[in-house]
Design a protein around this ligand. Structure first.
Ligand code: ADE
Ligand code: ZN
Length: 326
């Protein structure tokens, strides 16, 4: 049985973390007060009572609504620093962090305000918290691809400090194929590509993300298991899947943690990694996910080391930067 200290000391890398999903109720209330924004909740307890989800969309509704309190560059920087502090406490060594700029620009926040706010905190992450970091901008697949394409051009023009792009938000009915042009432009500019696929959507979306968007990682991807040819492909090419156990349970993709296919995925030879997705909403950060998996599946040092190593190797760190974590 592994102890919390052993989980802490595992060289953990987080590859699937939405910075807006780290917005804790306490910070929502603080930022609401600082910015003079009225929130529909009387207090933190009432807000916390909203954190019961029936599916991805029911979560996204609250996730986007709560972002109203993020207004200034300082708000985005404070949010990011709060996450980095918690990541440091969890023993996270490197984090590749998603942000959803469209969720902010649609409500009148400048692209530069949100990107620079997050990026300014990340620029100090290693010095301040001992956590190296990289930023990945994710596009909202339930909005027009033309809007994403315009934003991609804007990000290139402003030389945004990003390593890659991703695709997220409501999946079903919004296939990767719609975003081919956006991802081609990103690749032309040397950016890495990832996409959420096979969370609620079918295996076909995972194929599209791989073949049409040419992503190097699949975010979630657990519905890949429904397509044995796809599983073979993912194993053969060792394509990393950034799996998020707590998220899958809270969004009812899986009934309980004990039903999670992660052990079967590992046994099948998939390049599985463990991540926290939106930890403020789903009941825990990366260390909590690892601890719960250990308790539920009786994982020992070997399984945990494999999961940690998979994440290091799936990261966009150079081989030199990966070496001390392996
Ligand atoms: N945005 C934030 N969390 C997400 C998730 N789990 N799936 C899709 N989009 C998201
Ligand atoms: Zn996600």
């Amino acid at each position: 049985m592994l102890t919390p200290a052993q989980i802490h000391d595992l060289p953990k890398v987080e590859l699937h973390l939405h910075i807006e999903g780290t917005l804790e109720p306490e910070l929502i209330m603080q930022l609401a007060e600082r910015n003079g924004i009225r929130v529909p909740w009387a207090d933190i307890e009432e807000l916390r009572r909203q954190y019961e989800f029936t599916d991805l969309q029911s979560f996204l509704n609250l996730y986007y609504a709560n972002m109203a309190v993020l207004q200034t560059e300082a708000d985005f920087a404070d949010l990011t620093r709060a996450y980095l502090r918690r990541a440091q406490a969890a023993g996270v060594r490197h984090a590749e962090i998603f942000m959803d700029p469209q969720a902010h620009t649609v409500r009148g926040v400048d692209l530069a305000t949100c990107v620079n706010g997050v990026a300014s905190a990340l620029a100090e992450s290693e010095a301040e918290f001992g956590v190296s970091s990289a930023l990945i901008v994710t596009f909202l697949r339930d909005r027009e691809a033309a809007e994403a394409l315009t934003m991609m051009h804007d990000l290139i023009e402003m030389r945004a400090p990003i390593v890659g792009i991703g695709l997220d938000s409501a999946e079903v009915g919004h296939p990767p194929i719609d975003f081919v042009e956006v991802f081609a432009l990103a690749r032309e500019h040397g950016l890495q590509c990832v996409a959420h696929a096979g969370e609620e959507g079918p295996p076909e979306y995972v194929w599209q993300a791989l073949e049409l968007l040419q992503v190097s990682r699949i975010d979630h991807g657990i519905r890949s298991l429904e397509d044995e040819v796809l599983v073979d492909h993912l194993v053969t090419h060792q394509i990393p899947l950034t799996v998020c156990p707590f998220s899958n349970v809270r969004l009812r993709v899986i009934d309980t943690l004990a039903d999670h296919p992660l052990p079967a995925m590992l046994a099948r030879g998939l390049a599985v990694t463990v991540n926290s997705d939106d930890p403020a909403y789903f009941g825990g950060y990366l260390d909590d996910n690892f601890m719960a998996l250990t308790d539920t599946f009786n994982f020992g040092a070997v399984e945990l080391a494999t999961l940690a190593r998979n994440a290091v190797q799936a990261s966009f760190l150079t081989a030199d930067a990966q070496a001390p974590l392996l």
